[in-house]
Design a protein around this ligand. Structure first.
Ligand code: ADP
Ligand code: ZN
Length: 611
């Protein structure tokens, strides 16, 4: 985040959890003492006879006598020892003299050995250090006066509507995300409307996208649009060393949000708490699990309490989240916040250059073209760097040269953090997606209509071809299944056709295609050789013989091979269309179905006249 409205720490309610703090200090003090005594124990305790023995062997360097206690050091310079002198041992002094061992005395009451000093210091310093640590951590999270008694309090920042400057105008591009979030704004603005009708409405929204693409900004803009308070916290703020603290922070956060309803709770980096339970090694998970459970409890609470609170959470790792978070009534709405495409990048540049005076020779559209793979944050940063460069040189406005320099600077920073797409990567990705899309258009009757094709990277995938399901399908025809496989194989087939070597980018396509083929063979009796038999895998291995397994594998491969040959032929015969589509994708990055129909000059949803 670069821009933040002035923040206001939450004024916490509820009884302070002094006892937790006390327990913590006690535990720490005991731990400290144990450690110190342990240290002290490195001083060996010797029997008097053994001591005399050592004296005889000339191994002792010096001794120090305090009453009946004798402390000493061996000649090795490391080992210390202590022993107790019997009531009267007249042999001792002459012996020490004889072996020229240094000796000294001290009055027992003033005895004050070095470890006693450390012990005392430790006893004073441990609680002090702890106190200081808590103060520090409170200070950085809450932005307000730190306090050791606030450990269980939420560290959320609360923004009142008057301090929220962002609204949907501040968010450039992200058209689909904004569209999907509109419902929530309406709900927050007039919750009674929904309550009256008894409508069940989604409370949890998961914003999915790489860092810097505007998840936080979108959430804040929703609050700005709805004019409601905004509570913001990061998942990592819940994670504490002390079990129970995270959970109580969650409870506190939601209590605050309820008090100010209608309101929005925004949890950044939810993966910090929301990783699926039981993952990770060894201890330290209890805390996170308790925190996650508390979060789930709070979300479930809305079902009965009907508060007008929307919980938005952000992540770039939806795959690692605990499935429990996705259950109905929890985070059951998912909004993608992708890398901005060409148009959006230009729009973002425009938004961020509103307060910067930019020279006439600068074409923001061109700069957008030259910054594929930049996030919204990168673009904001780009404008900022360019402005800094112009100010340094005392220019009256920001020139193209400033932008060039700034772009290099931002790119270098990015390369350290992310994998940058090279021009070659983009080209491969464009052909791959064009291949999917063409094969899709080839079978219009059998598949859901094409929605959009994009080479904007999304998570681990470099590109994506979306379809829009027209109707819920309960029965699939064999043709539909074959068409699905063909369009899945289109990506790799196009790569193979155009480039000398192929990439690993088709793995999940193949996985999916293989699964469809397996279903055709094993469940739906769509092959001759295996007949109308259902072959189900069981927990304890397959229910069919190894010979049948072999046959199944052969049939699956036969289906995939046949589909792949057909796909290769279709793409080869329609190379002109493939090139056209790929080139347009490289240029615009995202193409909607209407644009594709126009480009290829075909009627929407009509049979495609292939060569
Ligand atoms: P995320 O939460 O996804 O990591 P942020 O919301 O913190 O990303 O975005 C960081 C900054 O990048 C924003 O404060 C804003 O300045 C800029 N930004 C990102 N996306 C956009 C956008 N769509 N429009 C305008 N600015 C954006
Ligand atoms: Zn693919």
């Amino acid at each position: 985040m670069t821009k933040k409205p002035t923040k206001k720490p939450i004024l916490n309610g509820g009884a302070p959890k002094n006892f937790i703090v006390l327990v913590v200090i006690l535990v720490a003090a005991i731990a400290g003492m144990t450690l110190l005594t342990d240290y002290a124990r490195q001083t060996q305790s010797l029997k008097y006879s053994k001591f005399l023995n050592l004296v005889e062997k000339d191994q002792i360097k010096s001794v120090f006598v305090s009453g009946q206690d004798l402390f000493g050091e061996l000649k090795d310079g490391v080992t210390r020892f202590e022993t107790t002198i019997p009531q009267s041992d007249s042999r001792l002094w002459p012996m020490l003299e004889k072996h020229s061992i240094e000796y000294g005395f001290t009055n027992p009451s003033s005895q004050f050995s070095w470890w006693h000093l450390i012990l005392l210091l430790g006893l004073i310093l441990t609680p002090l250090t702890l106190w200081y640590m808590f103060k520090q951590s409170r200070g950085s999270g809450g932005g307000g006066g730190g306090n050791i008694f606030n450990m269980g309090k939420s560290r959320a920042k609360m923004f009142m509507p008057s301090t929220i400057k962002d609204n949907f105008n501040s968010v450039a591009g992200a058209v689909e995300a904004k569209e999907e979030l509109k419902d929530f704004i309406d709900f927050l603005k007039s919750p009674e409307k929904y309550k009256r009708l008894g409508a069940k409405i989604t409370r949890g929204v998961l914003l999915v996208g790489e860092p810097g693409n505007g998840k936080t900004l979108l959430a804040r803009a929703v609050a700005g649009e709805a004019q409601c308070p905004f509570f913001s916290i990061s998942g990592s703020d819940f994670i504490e060393v002390f079990v129970g603290v995270g959970a109580s922070r969650v409870r506190d956060l939601f209590a605050q949000a309820r008090k100010h309803a209608p309101s929005i709770v925004f949890i950044d980096e939810i993966d910090a708490v929301g990783r699926h339970r039981g993952s990770g090694l060894g201890g330290g998970n209890d805390e996170r699990e308790q925190t996650l459970n508390q979060l789930l409890t709070e979300l479930d609470g809305f079902e009965t309490t009907h508060e007008s609170i929307i919980v938005m959470a952000a992540t770039n790792r939806p795959d690692v989240l605990d499935k429990a978070l996705y259950r109905p009534g929890r985070f059951d709405r998912r909004v993608e916040v992708p890398y901005p495409d060409l148009k959006s990048r230009e729009a973002i540049l425009k938004v961020h250059s509103r307060s910067v005076s930019i020279s006439k020779d600068v074409d923001l559209g061109k700069i957008a073209r030259g910054t594929p793979g930049f996030t919204g944050a990168d673009l904001a940063n780009l404008i900022n760097e360019a402005a800094i460069s112009a100010s340094k040189k005392n220019q009256k406005d920001v020139t193209l040269e400033d932008f060039e320099g700034a772009r290099d600077k931002v790119t270098v920073g990015k390369e350290l953090k992310t994998v940058m797409l090279t021009e070659e990567d983009r080209k491969i990705s464009a052909y791959h997606e064009a291949g999917h899309a063409l094969m899709h258009l080839m079978n219009p009757k059998d598949l859901d209509p094409l929605h959009k094709v994009s080479i904007i990277p999304r998570g681990r995938a470099l590109g994506v071809t979306h379809t829009l399901p027209e109707r819920e399908k309960y029965n699939k025809t064999q043709n539909e299944m074959v068409a699905t496989i063909e369009s899945l194989l289109g990506g790799r087939a196009a790569e193979e056709l155009v480039f000398e070597s192929v990439t690993t980018g088709a793995y999940s396509d193949f996985k999916h295609a293989t699964e469809v083929a397996r279903q055709m063979v094993c469940y739906y009796g769509m092959t001759q050789s295996l007949g109308k038999v259902v072959y189900l895998p069981t927990d304890r291995g397959d229910s069919y013989s190894p010979r049948t397994a072999e046959k199944i594998d052969k049939e699956i491969k036969a289906i995939l091979d046949k589909c792949y040959s057909k796909t290769q032929k279709v793409l080869n015969d329609n190379r002109d269309k493939l090139d056209l589509l790929a080139e347009k994708l490289l240029e615009k990055e995202t193409l909607y179905s209407a644009e594709i129909y126009e480009l290829l000059n075909i009627e929407p949803r009509q049979d495609f006249k292939f060569n």
